[in-house]
Each structure stands twice: as C-alpha cells, then as structure tokens.
Design a protein around this ligand. Structure first.
Ligand code: 9PG
Length: 492
C-alpha cells in the first residue's frame, strides 16, 4: 500500500475527489471539511462504494482512481491509477498536524499508479487521466443527441408515448439521433423480454416504428439486477450473487423493495447476459443504456472466489459488449474507470430533476448522489476531465413549461453544464409541453460543444469545480461576487 507524507499545512489545501460510480459525489472541497457518508444502508449501496465508503471523519477524503490536492498557488499533488481493468484504486487523503498523509489501496491485481508534485494541477489531472484512457483503449465515438422517456413518463411509459413524441419531433424537425425507451417497458427486472402490464405493446416492435420516423432506437436495461418476483430469479438462483449465509444477496430500494444482482463470475450468468444483449440488438436497437451496473461489483460471495469485484464487473460488462456487437453503449450507475474501453458513453453524475435541490436527503441523510439538478451540476462539473475516458453524459435538459419547478436561471445553469462538459446531449420533455421559449432552449442545448476546462481550482462557488474558461457557476444558495445563486454566467 503506497503512502506519501506531505509536509504542508492542510488548512490551506483543497481536495478534488471522484466517487466510485456515476452517481457518487465528485467534489472540490477544503481538505479540512468532512466528506458526506449516507446514513441509510441502501443509500450507501447506491451512492457510495459499499466496499470503501467515506470514513465520516473531518479532514479525511476518499476518492476512486484519481485524487488531487490543490495549493493556493494552483500547484499541488495529483495521484492517478493508469489501469482499472481488473483493479479498483482507492485513494485517501488525511489531514494531520502540519502534514497530510495520502494512501493508495489497490483492490485487485497490481497496476501502475502515478503520483506527481506539480505547478499546474488542472493540466496534470488532464494528462494523467488521459494516460489511463490511452492505456485502456478508451472508446470516444461522436456524441449523440438522445430523447429519453424517463424524465417525463418515468415507469408509466407506453408504446404510444414513444411514438407520439417521435412523430412530434419529426414534425418539428428536432435534431435527435436516438429515441431511447427507458425503465417501465419490462415485466420485471430480469424478465426483459416480457412487457409490463401497462406498456401497451412490446419493446421489440419499437425500433421499426422509430426507424420509419427517421430515428435510431435506444433501450434501457438494468442487466445485472434481478427482481425476487422475476422468472429469472426462480429459474436460476445459481446466477445470483450470494451473502455469507449462501442466500441471494438483496440490495437497494428502487422498484418498491430490494433486488438481487447477477454473479458475473458464473458462466451461466455471463451466457445469459450475452444472449440478452444480442436479443435486443436483434430487435433493432443499436443504442443501449445499461444502468445500475454497480450491482455486479457489490461485495459478496461469488461462484469464482478468485475473481475480485472490479474483474467480476468487467467480465459482466464485456459479456454485454460481446452480445451487443458494435452498437453504442451508455453506462449509468457504473463504476467509472473500470468501464473505460467497453462503453462508448458514461453518465458522470446523478439524474437531473425538474427541481433544484433536495436538502433533506442531501444534507440530513448525507446522500449527495440523490437525483437533483444541483447534485448533477456539482458532480458532473467536478469530472470535467473524463471526456478522454468515454463520451461524458451529464444527463438531460428539462426545457418544458409544465411539470417543471426549475426557474429560468436554473434551466440556464443546466444548459451551461451541457455546454461545458461537451459529450452526449439528452432531453426528455414531452413535445406537447414545450412552448416557444422551451423549444428555443431545447434546440440550444442539443448543440454539440467541445469540452471546456476549469480556469482555476483554487476558487469555487459551492464545493465543486465551478470556474470554467467559458463561464462560472454559482451552486451556493446565496449571491457571490454579484453572481446570483443557482446560475451560470458566461465569461464576456
Ligand atoms: C430508471 C432511472 C433512469 C435514470 C437513471 C436511474 O437514488 N435514486 O433514488 C435513484 C433513482 C433513480 C435513478 C437513480 C437513482 O435513475 O439514472 O436515468 O434510467 O434509473 O429507473
């Protein structure tokens, strides 16, 4: 376990962290602050790394793959793993008396880890993270413009909702590449080829209808999750990750209760995953959003005990890539660096919501991975450098006039997020809820941009990377330096 002692005053430093998976917090904070740790067990499972959660002590910061400490002069220290294929790299920075201790714990086979003292933290973070991308043969195809059913219909989505919106988008000549069907079409987690009672059709018939309207078809799956009510659960208990007592391990709390997860070291589970991805490809989908992927790397008892968490996850992911061929794959809720080279795009923060913040879950329950516009900005902006790993997906613009509690300036902040991050463009607004203003905002947010860079890490308006060369975000709840709360201000 490499360890470095830095003889420096911890009260002058900031720390840049990146959490384990898509939704886990990434931050830029004073080193002497306290990293939040979710108080409820299912939130630790879904928002932190349950194998390496935040310690909860003041001045102790944990980060995955990469960490940086920033001095007031903009220099500092950067640590970065150069390979994550089968290994999770856990960093910890610990503030002491007049010194800081940095430790690096590898979970999996040995990998090269670089640690540099630098005069330019921003440039060094970008260079070392790009080296990891090169080493892992990152895929960064051209970004796509995607309409998703989730943020308007949620689980109640129907076949007709998809077609109606695609028809309207065609009539309005909106520049979408893909129409992506999200959660709700399936009978159960695991029973993906059977429709839910309300969907009013079958997911296999969606692609042909979308193609006729001029769009590619996308599908959402949570391929590693298995509902206890599913046929898969009953038919193949041997495919499931187990607890110490030898029962299927149950985790999480979406879909009205906990779920099991596939043991991706089991050859039968891997063959099932390959088949599933090939089946939906055969239905005509060439864009796949695979979600809740952290399930495959959850701690537990595996069929092959010699395989670690990172490698098990990678085996499951590769099985899906084999089945889906050269189609476009977007990861979500996914261990980030270990996905590089397999996925084409990756969600790099929590979900955007039609409201700014949920303070009770974020502050009282310590869960910064909660879906909210604020949390999406906070985390995705703090991962600006990851565009070399995959196409980043900072999630959707919400431009609709109805069912939207975001103020106009908060919508502009989301538009600023999409512009600064570059990468995928997504929307989820029901076309019938867009007025003239909303349409204009939507069109603007579908314009592909190149990723921006921070202009400094020594200043921040709200615990995240907020100062970019193109503009500044104020993520705090008060005006700062004449900039209103919850805004993006382009540099003039
Ligand atoms: C489908 C959704 C969408 C969305 C994904 C993911 O913490 N939570 O309560 C939580 C709820 C939903 C969620 C993530 C976290 O959303 O990011 O785009 O596909 O699943 O169920």
């Amino acid at each position: 376990m490499p360890e470095w002692t830095l003889m420096t005053d911890p009260t002058t430093l900031r720390v840049l962290t990146s959490g384990y998976q898509s939704w886990s917090e990434a931050e830029l904070r004073p080193l002497t602050d306290t990293q939040a740790r979710a108080t409820m067990h299912w939130m630790v499972e879904q928002g932190n790394d349950p194998g390496y959660p935040p310690s909860g002590e003041a001045g102790v910061w944990r980060s995955h793959t990469l960490i940086a400490l920033i001095r007031p002069d903009g220099g500092g220290w950067v640590g970065c793993a150069q390979d994550a294929t089968h290994t999770f790299t856990h960093w910890e920075a610990r503030a002491g008396q007049g010194q800081v201790t940095l430790t690096c714990t590898l979970e999996g086979p040995d990998v090269p880890v670089v640690f540099e003292d630098t005069a330019d933290v921003i440039g060094t973070v970008e260079r070392l993270s790009a080296d990891l991308a090169t080493h892992m043969h990152a895929r960064t195809p051209a970004p796509l413009r995607v309409w998703s059913s989730w943020y308007s219909y949620y689980r109640a989505v129907t076949f007709e909702n998809m077609l109606h919106n695609a028809r309207r988008a065609r009539d309005l000549k909106l520049p979408f590449d893909v129409f992506q069907l999200d959660d709700g079409f399936q009978a159960e987690l695991g029973d993906w080829t059977e429709p839910s009672g309300w969907f009013g059709g079958h997911a296999k018939d969606v692609p042909a209808a979308l193609k006729e309207l001029g769009f590619r078809a996308g599908l959402w799956l949570a391929p590693f999750l298995v509902s206890p009510n599913s046929k898969l659960y009953a038919a193949h208990p041997e495919f499931l990750l187990q607890d110490d007592a030898g029962s299927p391990l149950l985790l999480g709390n979406n879909w009205g209760g906990p779920y099991a997860t596939l043991d991706t070291t089991h050859p039968g589970a891997l063959a099932w995953l390959r088949d599933l991805a090939a089946t939906v490809r055969g239905w005509g989908y060439d864009y796949l959003k695979i979600d809740f992927l952290y399930g495959a790397s959850h701690p537990g008892q595996r069929h092959d005990p010699a395989v670690g968490r990172a490698q098990a996850y990678r085996m499951g992911l590769e099985a899906i890539r084999e089945g889906f061929g050269d189609g476009f794959i977007l990861g979500c809720g996914a261990p980030l660096a270990t996905s590089v080279g397999v996925v084409d795009a990756m969600r790099i923060g929590p979900d955007v919501t039609p409201f700014w913040d949920d303070e009770s879950r974020r502050v009282l329950l310590g869960d910064g991975s909660t879906p909210t516009a604020r949390n999406a900005l906070h985390t995705s902006l703090s991962r600006w450098y990851q565009h070399t790993w995959y196409q980043p997906d900072p999630d959707v613009m919400l431009a609709r006039a109805e069912l939207n509690l975001l103020w106009p300036h908060e919508r502009e902040a989301v538009a600023g997020l999409l512009d600064v991050i570059g990468g995928l463009r997504a929307s989820s607004d029901p076309m019938d809820m867009l007025n003239e203003e909303g349409l204009a905002l939507l069109l603007r947010s579908l314009e592909i941009s190149t990723p921006d860079r921070p202009r400094t890490l020594t200043e921040s308006y709200g615990g995240a990377v907020t100062h970019f060369t193109r503009g500044t975000f104020n993520l705090t709840d008060s005006p700062v330096d004449c900039q209103r709360a919850h805004t993006y201000q382009p540099v003039k």
